[in-house]
Design a protein around this ligand. Structure first.
Ligand SMILES: C[S@@+](CC[C@H](N)C(=O)[O-])C[C@H]1O[C@@H](n2cnc3c(N)ncnc32)[C@H](O)[C@@H]1O
Length: 274
């Protein structure tokens, strides 16, 4: 698969499928089940890592700080957990962890790796836009390229808010809007040129692109992110834009490192309920 790009820029999906009648959830479920095998090695590597790292540039946790140091006694949920390594890192910090994902294939890897690493994690198959959890069930919610990009933010963020306790925190990492704006419409790698309107970015459909087609993703303008957070009832505790670290070369998931030394490929938001 050319799905090197599939971290977020949903490339490498099933090229033969006509999805016109399907929702983004159905399309993305097919996409991820079709690709699950190709994510096993990355999952194994991350589960084996003694310390967390994030995103396409594998930036160490000590530089980004997505996870509370001590999660003892916390109920934590990962929204779109994939192979479950973030859930594993939270379990190692003492949290009671639930991971939810749309893809049975991804969850099979997550369950196997949790078993091999002796992690007691509840993995559920389901949609992060309609969480099968009670109101106020969790202290902490996280998504690294899960719900963060594959779900409609006007829906999944409300669900995340609902399942958090008052004062609970949501952290998520996904592509920066620049990635969507500067990817040519045929699906080639990011350029230093704008190819889409920033205004109303919303739903980005990669299913029909010429180069390495994939699934459906979502992004917002920064004003729209903040307006939505406040409308739902989140307060914003932090935002970081993530650039390619010095020394990284080549291209990851259709994002050239040289490009991302000048443009952030990712954003991380830290939100609090109430
Ligand atoms: C890039 S993985 C992110 C997980 C993890 N950080 C990783 O990289 O393996 C994206 C995951 O989001 C999941 N996903 C996509 N749409 C979803 C939805 N609506 N609800 C739950 N999970 C979803 C996919 O099945 C996939 O496993």
């Amino acid at each position: 698969m050319r799905g090197q790009k599939a971290f977020g820029l949903a490339k490498g999906g099933r090229r033969d499928t006509v999805h016109r009648m399907d929702s983004h959830v159905d399309i993305n479920r097919d996409h991820w089940n079709g690709m699950a095998e190709e994510w096993v090695a990355a999952g194994e590597k991350a589960w084996a890592s003694g310390s967390p790292y994030w995103g396409i540039w594998e930036v160490p946790e000590r530089e980004l700080g997505l996870l509370p140091e001590d999660m003892a006694g916390m109920d934590a949920v990962e929204l779109g957990c994939g192979t479950g390594y973030v859930s594993g890192w939270m379990a190692r910090r003492g949290a009671r962890v639930t991971g939810i994902d749309l893809s049975a294939g991804q969850l099979a890897t997550a369950r196997r790796l949790a078993g091999e690493h002796g992690a007691d994690i509840r993995f559920e198959e389901g949609n992060a836009e309609a969480l099968p959890f009670a109101d106020g069930a969790f202290d902490f919610a996280i998504s690294e390229y899960g719900a963060a990009i594959w779900c409609d933010p006007t829906v999944w963020l409300r669900e995340a808010w609902r399942v958090l306790r008052p004062g609970g925190r949501l952290v998520f990492l996904g592509h920066h809007a620049f990635v969507y704006l500067t990817t040519p419409l045929n699906g080639a790698a990011c350029e230093r040129v704008l190819h889409r309107a920033y205004r109303g970015i919303g739903r980005v459909d990669w299913t029909q692109v010429e180069i390495d087609p994939g699934g459906i993703e979502y992004s917002l303008t920064f004003a729209d992110w903040i307006t939505l957070f406040l409308e739902i009832g989140f307060s914003v505790e932090g935002l970081k834009e993530v650039y390619a670290p010095e020394g990284v070369t080549g291209e990851e998931f259709g994002i050239p490192a040289a490009w991302s030394r000048d443009f952030p490929a990712e954003h991380v938001w830290w939100l609090r309920k109430g």
